[in-house]
Design a protein around this ligand. Structure first.
Ligand SMILES: *[C@@H]1O[C@H](CO)[C@@H](O)[C@H](O)[C@H]1NC(C)=O
Ligand SMILES: *[C@@H]1O[C@H](CO)[C@@H](O)[C@H](O)[C@H]1NC(C)=O
Ligand SMILES: *[C@@H]1O[C@H](CO)[C@@H](O)[C@H](O)[C@H]1NC(C)=O
Ligand SMILES: *[C@@H]1O[C@H](CO)[C@@H](O)[C@H](O)[C@H]1NC(C)=O
Ligand SMILES: *[C@@H]1O[C@H](CO)[C@@H](O)[C@H](O)[C@H]1NC(C)=O
Ligand SMILES: *[C@@H]1O[C@H](CO)[C@@H](O)[C@H](O)[C@H]1NC(C)=O
Ligand SMILES: *[C@@H]1O[C@H](CO)[C@@H](O)[C@H](O)[C@H]1NC(C)=O
Ligand SMILES: *[C@@H]1O[C@H](CO)[C@@H](O)[C@H](O)[C@H]1NC(C)=O
Ligand SMILES: *[C@@H]1O[C@H](CO)[C@@H](O)[C@H](O)[C@H]1NC(C)=O
Ligand SMILES: *[C@@H]1O[C@H](CO)[C@@H](O)[C@H](O)[C@H]1NC(C)=O
Ligand SMILES: *[C@@H]1O[C@H](CO)[C@@H](O)[C@H](O)[C@H]1NC(C)=O
Ligand SMILES: *[C@@H]1O[C@H](CO)[C@@H](O)[C@H](O)[C@H]1NC(C)=O
Length: 403
């Protein structure tokens, strides 16, 4: 039984730490999560793994999703033989804070009923985002089953236990959780957003390092919330798109009015009658009525039809209409980005992600009344120095749904 590795390790540490390790090992064993325990034990031979386990056992509240032995048996050798990749897998399964809605020795995972979601920040950091923000997990409850969102295969919670004497809840799950894909992969992989995928792949800009890169790659850096129009939305505004074909900066402004720069805004943070500032510096207003939640930019509105598609640097919400707003306010855009970046540095990691009264970018922002069609922000500056055929992009986008 390799789980005994943990107990052996205990012989080299303080009594208190040894006790905590043993209690942790026993809890994993009672759930049958012995492979996860063995991985944890193996990782403690690396400094990073040791730090992670020490943090976990030092007395704070933690929530662990421990994959079953069967689930872990399917993890490829390329991951299991790479301690850094393996640590990332483990870190994505550990969340600071308590997500339990009961105080018994068999904790019940806090969950919202479908279509609502519960979201938590894991110990895995995003390498693409400003300020090291954490990668997020989302789950929902349908009937009696709590399952995770955006996973390539269904993963659900099957049992739970609490580590004796510690504030650590362990939930046994029947799969290994996969951390979020890039924006381009996500959008390309969904049959409903291939038009947007084409736009991201076929628009070339000069990246901040001077390289020639796709818009999709550019938007995979830094924290981004994207309101992504589905294919049918592009088809509905064909004529507006065609007229934008000769207006590069206009097209980019429209795109930027679908983004929040520097902030990952999850569904649980989108409250009725609140606003955010778009990457173009315009107000994005949210409203909820009996038919759903809507986002408005300028005079364009769209219904949010699917929320919390997680990406490695933020989140995507699908919308049913393109927000054709050509207005921009570069000063408001940079100020929103600056406050979002400083807010990310003091992000609260423990517990469920929920709306805060004074979230980043929230509240009433100053919008430009000037109706300037000027390029907004550095993205536009980059576009000026690039070769990119809007016509090609438009024809790609339009072409995608015509097939
Ligand atoms: C759930 O876990 C407990 C230990 O915490 C164990 O006794 C029980 O048998 C498990 N239940 C199932 C259905 O595996
Ligand atoms: C832990 O390490 C041992 C020795 O290197 C190895 O045989 C075992 O497969 C590892 N366990 C897991 C779950 O990776
Ligand atoms: C062991 O766990 C207890 C309670 O969770 C905590 O107070 C203590 O600091 C831990 N000991 C060590 C060495 O981390
Ligand atoms: C752990 O979570 C419980 C329940 O949410 C809470 O009462 C307690 O204060 C938390 N402890 C710490 C150290 O945060
Ligand atoms: C959950 O979803 C339902 C139906 O969409 C909605 O009416 C309700 O307000 C949501 N609850 C929360 C807490 O967001
Ligand atoms: C993740 O980022 C936080 C905040 O910067 C940092 O404290 C923590 O050590 C990082 N975790 C890892 C595993 O790198
Ligand atoms: C993309 O789709 C393919 C096949 O449909 C699937 O195997 C893969 O896991 C998906 N990738 C992501 C990141 O969802
Ligand atoms: C995505 O497309 C499929 C069929 O292509 C459809 O059944 C589904 O409802 C769409 N989802 C959204 C959110 O539009
Ligand atoms: C975008 O490019 C990536 C590879 O760089 C590819 O996997 C994906 O399928 C492309 N998406 C579309 C919609 O063409
Ligand atoms: C959303 O807010 C508006 C304005 O305050 C209000 O009229 C409307 O009833 C609210 N919608 C819901 C679902 O509470
Ligand atoms: C986000 O803001 C930064 C700083 O102003 C800028 O460099 C970047 O281009 C912006 N990104 C987008 C998508 O607008
Ligand atoms: C960027 O790469 C694309 C595709 O390879 C190419 O069509 C375009 O001319 C390049 N732009 C610049 C500025 O090199």
């Amino acid at each position: 039984m390799r789980l005994q590795n943990l107990a052996v390790l205990a012989a080299f540490v303080s009594v208190s730490y040894a006790q905590n390790l043993t209690a942790f090992a026993n809890a994993l064993q009672s759930l049958g999560a012995t492979t996860f325990g063995s991985i944890a034990a193996n990782l403690s031979s690396t400094p990073q793994g040791q730090t992670a386990i020490q943090t976990l056992l030092s007395g704070g509240n933690f929530t662990i999703f421990a994959p079953s032995n069967d689930a872990l048996a399917a993890v490829p050798e390329s991951v299991t033989s790479n301690s850094s990749a393996l640590l990332d897998v483990v870190l994505y399964h550990v969340l600071p804070g308590s997500f339990s809605s009961s105080n018994s020795s068999t904790p019940v995972l806090m969950s919202a009923t479908f279509p609502n979601h519960t979201l938590g920040r894991t110990l895995l950091n995003s390498t693409e985002s400003e300020g090291n923000v954490s990668q997020v997990l989302a789950w929902t409850k349908e009937g009696n089953t709590i399952s995770f969102l955006n996973q390539p295969t269904n993963v659900s919670v099957v049992n739970s236990t609490r580590v004796e004497g510690a504030q650590i809840d362990i939930y046994l799950i029947n799969g290994v959780l996969t951390s979020p894909p890039t924006l381009t992969t996500l959008v390309s992989n969904s049959t409903n957003t291939t038009s947007l995928g084409g736009l991201l792949n076929n628009t070339f800009i000069t990246g901040s390092d001077g390289s020639n890169t796709t818009l999709g790659n550019y938007l995979s850096q830094g924290t981004i919330t994207a309101f992504a129009p589905i294919n049918a939305a592009f088809s509905a505004i064909q004529s507006s798109l065609s007229s934008l074909a000769t207006n590069q900066s206009g097209l980019i402004t429209v795109l930027q009015n679908h983004l929040i720069n520097g902030t990952a805004l999850y569904s649980t943070e989108i409250a009725n009658n609140t606003s955010q500032t778009s990457a173009a510096g315009e107000t994005l207003h949210f409203s909820t009525n009996s038919s759903g939640t809507f986002v408005t930019s300028g005079s364009a509105s769209a219904k949010i039809i699917q929320t919390d598609l997680l990406t490695s640097n933020g989140v995507v919400h699908l919308i049913d209409n393109v927000l054709v707003n050509l207005e921009s306010d570069p000063a408001a855009a940079s100020s929103a980005f600056a406050s979002a970046t400083s807010a990310a540095a003091t992000e609260t990691r423990a517990g469920p992600i929920a709306a805060s009264a004074t979230g980043p970018n929230s509240g009433s922002s100053t919008t430009s009344g000037g109706g300037s069609n000027n390029a907004a922000g550095a993205l536009i500056m980059n576009l000026h120095s690039c070769t990119f055929s809007v016509a090609t992009v438009i024809s790609f986008v339009l072409g995608a749904y015509m097939i």
